[in-house]
Design a protein around this ligand. Sequence first.
Ligand SMILES: [Zn+2]
Length: 402
Amino acid sequence: MKILPGNVMSCNLDYEVEVLSRIVSINTDVESKIGYNECAEVIAEEAGKLGLNVSIYDSVELADDSKHRPNVVAKLDVGSDLTVSLVTHYDVVPSGVGWSSDPFKLKIADGKAYGRGAADDKGAIAAALGALKLVGEKAEMNVVLIASPDEEVGGELGVGYLLNRVGIKCDEAVVLDASPEFVSIGASGVVNGWFRVKGVQGHAGYPHKAVNPIYGMARLIEGLEVFSNLRATRFSKIDSPPNSPVKKVWGRFSVTMVRSGVKSNVIPGDAEACFDMRTLPDENPMEAVEEFKAYFLSLAKNLGLNAEIYRIGVSSGYYTKPDHEFVVRFRRVISKIYGREVLIAAELGGNDGKFFAAKGIPVVSFGCIGPDTNFHGVDEFVYLRHIALVRDVILEYISTHP
Ligand SMILES: [Zn+2]
């Protein structure tokens, strides 16, 4: 990693490591949601000790599974005309197997802290609390620290709930769920769904009496690989993250699941497949949907197939202009802490920034998730120096009124 702290205020991370250790030790698996209540209580308790005004908003009322989803909102009100949201999430993906040490016991070694969620995104919670602990009387803007669940499954009952149901307000948002290598000003949208080729089911001994949809599906998927190559020639105005194979964020389309058939001697009646299309941050995803539909229908017609698309889901991306006053100001602070200029780029994935952007609130993303930190993998870790950097960037940012 090339990042060297230029002006890190203090390398003392005792407090941040203690907080991180407490919250990593609680399994907040997004699937079972087992530790949500306990983890939210620990974060609320830590925020309360710092004198923040803490509320917990549980979106359980909207959940199909009746499981609690407590959203922690901790406010610092200094009477400023400007309020920034610091956005984090405490849910994690399942730990999986094969870890070198217990994923729910923080292990410190060689300047790294290992544990599930250490990078994504509990390190950011520790860094944000660390900044709010240090800021004291120096805060020049109001802060709303958000620690939400369910980010890993789209965020509707996390940050989406806070903005759309609870009505949390702010003027700008820093999503602390990203890389420290660049300032992210956008994220790709996601379009996913299914398509089906219909045939006629029959006995495999009498194929002349059946229409096998699997061959049609194979030809259709081949045609969609051409569509994927076509989408890859669409480029955003915004740069890709460092070390990407393409300079500008590009269109991506993948077929991600295929299924058909129940028995070796039965020709199935239909075949289904799933797709995932990542749109450009500065593209209207609905236009991409229309483009896909038109391509698909013409392809199916040319191949003589009875095929249809169904269950389309659309999640918007977002894009904050690089010359937006907030982006310029935030980037200036990072450059000051790093002691050098930082790049601007957009994410290839998505994050909770979309909920703010949908309300017209400008968003930047930045955080402790270095590209080599095995986030979502085994032996996930966070660099301690990245926690210090993120803490110091937040501290400097909230101490500087424009
Ligand atoms: Zn995350």
